[in-house]
Design a protein around this ligand. Structure first.
Ligand code: 6R9
Length: 633
């Protein structure tokens, strides 16, 4: 160890260079971080070329992910807290599960799943609040080799049903209710509604979280606490091939239907564990807190798999950062002496609005490192995080990555010189490139499409149920490289600055939302003829959702209808998809071939009505004048 941090900038550069020059040596060495049943002799085996497209890592190795997160720690840290749970209501008591307890609980849960007929390769959907049983459910699936598909608890019954149908889940794990910011989330009610829509569901396993009375359908619904009574706390971990799928996670893309991103067992776990260890310079048994939800990839990699593989004490928070007071997040830091905090810019911007008082009212002396994820962090929020929250003492780790990448890709390591708003440099094994619109590689200082020129162990392995979609979505536009969908700029020091999505995906409060998904929901409404959705800058959410809606003939535009449409989208997808602005538009700007000109719609939503650019290809230029005149702002 040199100085305060484990890896200094010179070592970082040397390790990165080696990871690219000798990938097999580097990755086989790193693979020793995991506990293998059969250690691999091969590292990466991949080709991004269309005729020979494949991605495999450590393919001859076998292991079990849950055993890596639990069993191997029992000899050294059985009594250390594995999961430290902070409830929504600060008046309620926190819960602590030691590694021994988490192991026993996972085994019991796994045995219950087996008792319900689940096994290797089955898809199990998890729709849970942020309680320890959610993590236990993930680990229990991993233990028996079932593939979990977590659906964020804020998604609607429709969204839940669609995701279960897509991957053919017959078993759903949920809870009676969840708690968030003093409110109740009716999970079981939504699950019942989803079961009405998707009839392939055979069993709903219900964890008692709040104790609310919920209807139970005999023959289909099972209380977890009843099923687990008397069940053994030992369950052998299923040996899995490195490439066996660990989970599916649905994410939004440019098309209307979310895709089931499929991750592997070994490559994914190694990526989550290595990045968690190196980027956060993690030192157990210090308390580490990733304030995401388990429903997103950040929760998978950095609440559950990475930290537990590394023997961390991982804090799991049921609530929201600003309830019951705007000091809550900092109070939790003090209460549990958190060393590493990992959160999203949208949360920071919301808290920043409350001023420095709620932060200064707390100590935060335990903090050592501060992480950021989910969207570009604006320099103002970066400085506030650094100067006010961290009192200038903690490096800010602005980690750029995606559901598809499994873990961090472009990120600082502690000790490196930082620049507010830059995700800095690529992680080990990552080879970013910037391409212009024609696919030409840009060198030196440049701005363009961010692509990754080689495979890495944490890369997604496919889109569930669609053999060609993985290649078509990520490798068709620019042959031979992985297209991220993000734009980036590289400065004179080689630092990367992510500029945001270049496709039809918008980033609302750090959550990905496909514009086409919101449009599909809107046009399902009986009053709507056509809809076009774009993002616009929003001072807290990063981007807001702006919807242009053309009504059916004879339907009158009104504020009541506007509210109705917002509720409709909430019901169809979930609250995160609620449009911030709805503009009724008699017509949309289209080319003569009928293609909606989103560039123009984006400009109008952004309020940049002065420079609309070339509108000469429009079928009816008068449409634009009407849109500008009736902009909702
Ligand atoms: C981990 C996660 C991925 C998209 C990604 C990009 C944006 C994430 C970022 C960032 C700038 C960062 N994004 N981290 N942009 N700086 N540090 O968020 O996954 O939900 O799949 O979103 O989020 O646009 O393409 P996911």
């Amino acid at each position: 160890m040199s100085g305060q941090w484990t890896i200094d900038p010179a070592e970082r550069a040397a390790l990165h260079a080696r990871s690219l020059a000798d990938p097999d040596g580097f990755w086989l060495e790193q693979a020793r971080r995991l506990d293998w049943i059969t250690p691999p002799r091969t590292a990466g085996d991949w080709s991004f070329a269309e005729e020979d497209f494949h991605v495999r890592w450590f393919a001859d190795g076998t292991l079990n992910v849950a055993a890596n997160c639990l069993d191997r720690h029992l000899a050294t840290r059985a009594d250390q807290t594995a999961i430290l749970w902070e409830p929504d209501d600060p008046a309620h008591a926190p819960r602590r599960l030691s590694y021994a307890e988490l192991h026993a609980e996972t085994c019991r849960f796994a045995n219950v799943l087996k008792g319900l007929g689940a096994g290797k390769g089955d898809r199990i959907t998890i729709y849970m609040p942020m309680i320890p049983e959610a993590a236990v459910a993930l680990l229990a699936c991993a233990r028996i080799g079932a593939i979990h598909s977590v659906v964020f608890g804020g998604f609607s019954a429709d969204a839940l049903a669609g995701r279960m149908a897509d991957c053919g889940s017959t078993l759903l794990i949920t809870a009676d209710e969840g708690r968030r910011g003093g409110k109740r989330v009716p999970l079981k009610t939504c699950a019942d509604e989803a079961a009405q829509i998707y009839d392939g569901l055979k069993t709903i396993l219900v964890v008692r979280a709040t104790g609310a009375e919920v209807p139970m359908q005999p023959g289909r619904d099972v209380w977890y606490d009843e099923a687990v009574a008397g069940v053994a706390a030992e369950c052998p971990a299923e040996p899995m091939a490195a490439e066996d799928p660990l989970f599916i996670l649905y994410t939004s893309g440019s098309t209307g239907k979310p895709k089931g991103v499929l991750h592997s067992s070994a490559g994914y776990l190694l990526w989550a564990a290595l990045t968690h260890q190196v980027v956060f310079d993690h030192r157990p048994p210090e308390t580490y807190w990733c304030a995401a939800d388990i429903g997103w990839v950040t929760g998978h990699s950095y609440i559950v798999y990475g930290p537990l593989a590394n023997g961390a004490t991982t804090l799991m928070f049921e609530g929201v950062p600003n309830w019951p007071t705007p000091s809550r997040i900092w109070e939790v830091v003090d209460r549990h002496q958190v060393s590493i905090l990992y959160t999203a810019p949208t949360a920071l911007r919301a808290l920043m609005k409350e001023g420095d008082g709620p932060v200064r009212a707390t100590s935060r002396a335990s903090l050592r490192l501060l992480g950021s994820v989910g969207e570009p962090i604006n320099p103002e929020a970066w400085r506030w995080y650094h100067d006010v929250v961290g009192e200038g003492r903690c490096p800010i780790l602005d980690t750029w990555w995606q559901t598809e990448t499994g873990g961090h890709m472009i990120t600082p390591l502690p000790g490196m010189p930082l620049k507010p708003g830059s995700a800095t440099l690529p992680f080990f094994g990552v080879e970013p490139r910037l391409l212009d619109g024609e696919g030409r590689t840009l060198t030196g200082e440049a701005e363009g499409n961010l692509v990754i020129a080689r495979s890495w162990p944490g890369q997604m392995r496919g889109v569930w149920g669609d053999e060609t979609r993985f290649f078509e979505t990520y490798f068709r536009t620019f042959p031979g490289v992985y297209t991220t969908g993000d734009g980036a700029r590289r400065d004179a020091d080689g630092y990367y600055w992510i500029t945001g999505r270049v496709d039809d995906v918008i980033n609302v409060s750090g959550h990905r939302m496909g514009t086409a998904e919101v449009e599909s929901a809107l046009v399902l409404h009986e009053s709507v003829a056509e809809a076009a959705v774009v993002g616009f800058p929003h001072d807290v959410k990063g981007q807001g959702i702006y919807a242009y809606v053309t009504l059916n003939a004879g339907v009158e535009a009104s504020d009541a209808l506007r509210r109705g449409l917002r509720d409709w989208v909430r019901h169809e997808i979930g609250p995160i998809a609620t449009p911030d602005a709805i503009q009724f538009a008699p017509g949309l700007p289209k080319t003569r071939s009928g293609k909606i000109m989103r560039r123009i719609l984006r400009k109008i939503a952004e309020g940049e009505t002065g420079g609309l650019g070339d509108v000469s290809t429009l079928a009816d230029p008068a449409v634009v004048e009407d849109l500008v005149a009736n902009r909702v702002g």
